[in-house]
Design a protein around this ligand. Structure first.
Ligand code: CA
Length: 427
């Protein structure tokens, strides 16, 4: 299915809706989300420029006929029902929406009464959690990140553990605390051990960190016992979001031996509201890093499986000033999503519609492209200076962490919008 020409990706397409210059959401994007607005119940929508297209109303008005969808797929507080229809159906839906919004087609455009019902300005809607997440898995797939962490906490000469170049390392996270952009979090509390010579104490986390990640969201996978190959993987992925996988480094340091992440990770992870389809990202495929040693056969793949996605992290201090603290790119990831999904299912583990897979912290090769405060401030030894004169080793109360991402080529920009989360003092 990968080689299919996708009509909605045509760079020549223009919309009759005015798209602001530099918008993340031209007609070639059309990401899916869930909106709520005044008296309108939660429902499926697509983003175009500074508007959202209400898919429930569009369906009721008859514009989405002869597709695989019924009213329950759009009049629904989550996208799961829509995603249950799979890759081809959602591709056909995006192509239809593209057609309706294109200057080439006047079916919707010429009906002002309908346009007024289906197009809502973005500032009039509340964005909601787009999917009901079943299971959340987080990988650890940036070689630079794993090397940095290994250098700081173990041995610079043997920074990568022996399995890292063979296995897309991951762990099972917790879906209940995945939150939508805009929802604040409270600083977590837990056991920390500030003085190695003394017993642990119970206190608010002192080393609160972000992790710059993306996440992919799956269609229904195969039954328990079956595996998804790297070749099949993209047919099982609906799309991607930005993902801030919050981490309490001091809680983590004390708790993580021997079973790995627990309370240091499960207090919150923030998701951006628009799911950019893998289809929309297809023009931005690139080669990933060389993999040496050669991977085992089930992790081999053909063609380009990485994506060129520019990423940025901003710390907004209490005064409102924004400080860009990192610029990275998804293309640096050593293990690609097809390999992650193939590895996740190679033992027969079943993936379900609405599962969320975090990429792992996306650190680039340079000191200003690291994906966490742990690395940017190098374990607190190189604090970052903010515009207001304050320093950051980790994230302080009342800081807002904002992540942005976009792909851009030949004048077409496919963006993710942002994921933004304010940190409030411990409860
Ligand atoms: Ca993570």
């Amino acid at each position: 299915m990968e080689s299919t020409q996708i009509a909605a990706n045509n760079p020549a397409l223009k919309s009759w809706i005015e798209i602001p210059t530099g918008s993340d959401f031209p007609i070639q994007n059309l990401p899916f989300g869930i909106i709520e607005s005044g008296s309108l119940s939660k429902r499926a929508a697509v983003r175009i420029g500074d508007f959202v297209l209400d898919l429930k109303t569009l369906y009721v008005l008859g514009y989405l006929e002869n597709l695989a969808f019924g009213p329950e797929d759009f009049d629904n507080p989550f996208l799961n029902s829509l995603m249950k229809k799979g890759k081809k159906a959602t591709r056909d839906l995006r192509n239809r929406i593209s057609k309706l919004l294109s200057t080439e087609n006047s079916d919707l455009k010429n009906n002002e009464h309908h346009v007024a019902q289906v197009l809502i300005p973005i500032d009039k809607v509340q964005m909601c959690m787009p999917v009901q997440i079943g299971d959340y898995t987080d990988f650890y797939s940036s070689r630079e990140h794993a090397t940095n962490v290994g250098t700081m906490f173990r041995d610079p000469a043997n920074a990568l553990l022996p399995n890292w170049l063979w296995i897309p390392v991951g762990y099972h996270g917790r879906a209940s605390s995945v939150i939508i952009s805009g929802e604040p979090i409270h600083r977590p509390k837990g056991q920390i051990k500030p003085n190695p010579e003394e017993n642990p104490i119970f206190a608010p986390c002192r080393n609160l960190d972000f992790e710059l990640e993306t996440a992919f969201i799956t269609f229904d996978g195969k039954p328990l016992g079956d595996s998804i190959s790297t070749e099949e993987a993209e047919d099982y992925i609906f799309g991607m979001c930005l993902f801030n996988d919050w981490s309490a480094r001091d809680i983590q340091t004390w708790e993580y031996v021997p079973l790995g992440p627990f309370l240091a990770k499960n207090f919150a992870s923030s998701l951006s509201p628009w799911i950019v389809t893998l289809d929309a990202l297809q023009p931005f495929k690139v080669d990933g890093p060389d993999q040496d040693p050669a991977v085992l056969s089930y992790l081999e793949f053909q063609g380009q499986k990485s994506y060129d996605i520019n990423l940025e992290v901003i710390i907004q201090t209490q005064s409102g000033e924004e400080n860009i603290v990192s610029r990275s790119n998804f293309k640096h990831m050593y293990w690609n999503m097809a390999q992650q999904l193939a590895h996740h299912t190679v033992n027969g583990c079943n993936v379900r519609c609405g599962d969320l897979m975090g990429s792992g912290t996306i650190s680039g090769p340079t000191e200003d492209s690291y994906g966490s405060m742990l690395e940017l401030a190098w374990k607190g030894t190189k604090p970052l200076m903010m515009k207001d004169g304050s320093e950051r080793r980790f994230i302080l109360d009342n800081d807002t962490v904002i992540m942005k991402g976009f792909s851009e080529k030949n004048g077409i920009r496919i963006g993710f919008g942002e994921v933004s989360t304010k940190v409030l003092p411990a409860k």
